[in-house]
Design a protein around this ligand. Structure first.
Ligand code: LMR
Length: 400
């Protein structure tokens, strides 16, 4: 009965790792998936995560019972506080409902399912370009996906006027997906002043902001600075949705730990919204896993562990920034044609190089360098040792 099933394509991002794993070359380099690597090219478990896990193991009172449908209560409270700030009026007035979800993707999906069932507008505008999984998550949840202009290939920067025009002509009430910081794949973010203009337009048109926050702490190295755009929207008293992930900033990729928050107008509405989120979650996966949430909660609630985390997070962000400078210098040293200053201007985990799919295919074939075909490279996968190899490959690709 399944003989008619045709083979589906590999995922455009995770499929890069599949191809990389099959390559026997000793010089191969995986710059596809956004996952942090050390200078030695190895995955990193943060020291503070090891410490938190040790505390959990030593605590004999811990059991493996089911969590509530909404997840670990401490984790939810601390996650909302991390993004909205300790003194957020929305939290103090109990206008926020937060539910633990399966990392950023799961949070987006639960939020989208909720909107498709309970929100009057089913159209969501996503930036062009955006993370490849966004349109799939929203479409499968029942939303209709449209794009807004975001990136200008000519300047390799923000197409701010295009964004304002597209928001201006969106139907009232439409949902707009906003990357909270460190836009994926472009590494191009609005300035604070531009965020303020975006906020005013979003509110005056009654658009519904849905923030995707996968990189808090990675853009600037500061958790508070990276939360600023979201906090600006919360401060005006309006509604919003927020998907948070701890994959990158705590290195908890495989723990699949994140949260969905919905900021409402009143505590009563927030509690009714939460009751409906439970009805979305229960038939999907019943309730979320306990381990990742316990690690995050242990770190966020202990001042020493929290401080240690911020230091390790800053070290990851700084190493990525140093890779930007090394790659930029290496291309300059080779006299590679073109203006490569966007490598040091863009922020977060990725550089959107401007290399085209043919050049990317060439670099994979001849240099065993793996990246997504849109020319995005994960700076977090680079090290001082591998920068020259990448620079050689880029130079060859643009001069052939
Ligand atoms: C990425 O964009 O590389 C990451 O967000 C990982 C993923 O799941 O695609």
């Amino acid at each position: 009965v399944f003989s008619h099933v045709v083979r589906g394509p590999e995922d455009p991002i995770l499929g890069v790792t599949v191809a990389y794993n099959k390559d026997p070359s000793p010089v191969k380099l995986n710059l596809g998936v956004g996952a942090y690597r050390t200078e030695e090219g190895k995955p990193l478990v943060l020291n503070v995560v090891r410490k938190a896990e040790q505390l959990l193991v030593n605590d004999r009172s811990r059991v493996k019972e089911y969590l509530p449908i909404t997840g670990l209560a401490d984790f939810n409270k601390l996650s909302a506080k991390l993004m909205f700030g300790a003194n957020s009026p929305a939290i103090q007035e109990n206008r926020v409902t937060t539910v633990q979800c399966l990392s950023g993707t799961g949070s987006l999906r639960v939020g989208a399912e909720f909107l498709a069932k309970h929100y009057h507008q089913r159209t969501i505008y996503i930036p062009q370009p955006t993370w490849g999984n966004h349109p799939k998550v929203f479409t499968l949840a029942g939303l209709s996906v449209k794009t807004y202009r975001y990136y200008d290939p000519a300047t390799r920067g923000l197409n701010f006027q295009g964004l304002l025009d597209d928001f201006g002509s969106a139907p009232s009430g439409a949902i707009v997906l906003l990357h909270a910081c460190a836009h994926n794949p472009t590494g191009v973010d609005p300035t604070v002043k531009q965020w303020e203009q975006i906020r005013q337009l979003v509110r005056s048109k009654g658009l519904m902001p849905f923030f995707d926050s996968a990189y808090q702490g990675f853009a600037s190295g500061s958790l508070d600075a990276d939360a600023q755009p979201v906090r600006m929207f919360v401060a005006d008293g309006g509604e919003l949705l927020l998907a948070q992930s701890y994959a990158k900033n705590m290195g908890l990729y495989g723990e699949r730990i994140g949260a969905l928050s919905i900021v409402c107008k009143t505590a009563d509405v927030a509690s009714r919204v939460e009751s409906q989120l439970k009805l979305v979650i229960r038939p999907m996966y019943s309730n979320p896993p306990i381990h990742g949430a316990s690690i995050v909660a242990a770190i966020l609630k202990d001042r020493d562990l929290y401080n240690e985390w911020t230091i390790e997070l800053k070290a990851m962000a700084d190493r990525i920034i140093s890779m930007r400078h090394k790659l930029f210098e290496a291309l300059r040293a080779r006299g590679t044609p073109g203006d490569w200053s966007h490598i040091i201007k863009q922020i977060g985990m990725f550089t959107f190089t401007g290399l085209n799919p043919k050049q990317v295919a060439f670099m994979t074939k001849e240099y065993h360098i793996y990246m997504t075909s849109d020319g995005r490279i994960s700076m977090a996968g680079l090290s001082s040792k591998t920068v020259p190899h990448l620079a050689d490959a880029i130079h060859a690709a643009v001069t052939r």
